[in-house]
Design a binder for this molecule. Structure first.
Ligand SMILES: Nc1nc2c(ncn2[C@@H]2O[C@H](COP(=O)(O)OP(=O)(O)OP(=O)(O)O)[C@@H](O)[C@H]2O)c(=O)[nH]1
Ligand SMILES: [Mg+2]
Length: 427
């Protein structure tokens, strides 16, 4: 089965907690702090395996979870790192974060790896916090939580050129004679149900990857027929080979066919008409072909047409040279989002700012990625922990921010789901 779109959940492992421990030595009442660091949480990593051609495996594996890191150990020993989970995916796999639709990974070469959900860092053990003032710190950090995401995994075939046209015009026949691919060929419509790929070697030694796609029909861009499902695979193609049945074997008019297909490409969302097109007039062996070709040239005097008889491999070489030459001068097109127009590569930098919001009733909220992350890693087991965290915040300028915003002594300050009393310091 060909599966090219799957929604799954990925969950990276939590970092192990750092621990509080002390060295024990004979005759020494209290040795130095020696609590080890927690191990890193495992990550969920995707890796390209070009032997894979579909996302079928993921359909049966809806939740992918990596291992948590181990707790730190005594004698400054590290906890064990959580195992990463490596998921093999086909070439051309794209991963989107369903929360905001942005592309997390675009896997375009063999063995390429991308971290889809990053494991949390381990917390530091207490020996890291030793200072001249505190020689026996009784606190350690918690491990960071691992990333957790709902993602959409999509396969967009990595082909340089794509064959489009009505059903039965000879697209699969074309692929079969110019490459080693052996797609099914038959005289009924929609013979091709899933895309096929082949490597085309041009006589001068150059080569490109060609995709044979299911036939398109009028209304394909609105979901009619099969082609719509697969039109998005053309998105990566830089050149389109538009095959027209000049023999009008099916009783259709090639002049109209050409227009209808172009209209569908135009109406579809990936700006497919911006790609250069090579128009192939196939089935020139049939009775009506010459006459149709003459009418076609009259109707579209500016369109360069390549008359061919795919069946007996006649006239194909000029087509392949034309495609190859166009590929050399055509840059790749950026990937577009399905829902909204525009480029979706938006890497949002982590928000390092600390924000203050007035919640009214003498209540305030502190938020921002950095402060929330810091907070999550903090243990609050003892008074000392709280005091220490307060000091850190003060150093980060949080008191000033609150004061500027109008916070008063005794107000309540929230971070995530926790609250504190705001006490101005006079030191
Ligand atoms: N006479 C003639 N028939 C051809 C030629 N090329 C292909 N055909 C025939 O046209 C029919 C359809 O060919 P396919 O290659 O399966 O067509 P397709 O465009 O892939 O069709 P779908 O997969 O259904 O979209 C087959 O019976 C082929 O043998 C040609 O140059 N001349
Ligand atoms: Mg076919």
């Amino acid at each position: 089965m060909f599966v090219d779109r799957v929604k799954i959940s990925v969950k990276a492992g939590k970092g192990g907690d750092g621990i509080v421990a002390y060295r024990r030595e004979k005759y020494v009442p209290l040795g130095g702090p020696a609590g080890g660091d927690g191990g890193k949480g495992g990550s969920v990593i995707f890796e390209v395996d070009s032997n894979k051609s579909t996302l079928l495996d993921l359909r049966y594996n809806k939740i992918i979870k990596a291992e948590d890191g181990g707790r730190g150990k005594i004698k400054k020993m590290h906890g064990a790192d959580g195992q990463d989970v490596i998921v093999k995916v086909p070439l051309g796999t794209i991963v989107k974060d369903l929360a905001d639709g942005h592309i997390i990974a675009d896997l375009t070469y063999q063995n390429q790896r991308a971290v889809i959900a990053k494991g949390g860092d381990g917390g530091r053990g207490n020996y890291h916090f030793m200072s001249s003032r505190n020689t026996a710190p009784d606190f350690a950090e918690n491990g960071e939580i691992g990333e957790e995401k709902e993602i959409q995994v999509e396969l967009k075939l990595l082909a340089d050129a794509g064959l489009v046209g009505f059903p039965s015009v000879g697209k699969s026949t074309f692929l079969s004679v110019v490459s080693a691919a052996r797609p099914e060929i038959a005289d009924y419509h929609f013979t091709t149900l899933v895309p096929n790929l082949g490597v085309v070697k041009v006589k001068d030694g150059r080569s490109f990857v060609l995709a044979d796609l299911p036939g398109l029909i009028e209304g394909a861009s609105e979901g009619k027929g099969l082609g719509h499902e697969f039109l998005r695979h053309i998105e990566r193609c830089r050149v389109i080979i538009h095959v027209v049945d000049m023999g009008s074997e099916e009783g259709r008019d090639p002049i109209e066919d050409y227009q209808i297909i172009n209209h569908e490409l135009e109406a579809y969302q990936y700006r497919l008409m911006e790609r250069p097109q090579v128009v192939v007039a196939n089935k020139m062996d049939l009775d009506n072909a010459e006459e149709n070709l003459a009418r076609f040239k009259e109707a579209y005097p500016d369109v360069k047409v390549f008359p061919v008889i795919t069946l007996i491999e006649e006239g194909l070489e000029p087509v392949l040279y034309e495609v190859m030459n166009l590929l050399e001068t055509t840059p790749t097109f950026p990937l577009f989002d399905e829902e909204e127009e525009g480029v979706v590569y938006k890497y949002e930098p982590e928000d390092n700012e600390i924000h203050v919001r007035n919640l009214g009733n003498n209540q305030w909220r502190l938020y921002g990625d950095r402060i929330e992350k810091m907070f999550r890693r903090q243990k609050f087991d003892t008074e000392d922990d709280v005091f220490r965290f307060g000091n850190t915040l003060r150093k980060m300028g949080v008191d000033d921010l609150l004061r500027e915003a109008g916070a008063l002594d005794g107000d309540t300050v929230f971070i995530l789901e926790y609250s504190f009393e705001f006490v101005e310091s006079y030191d």
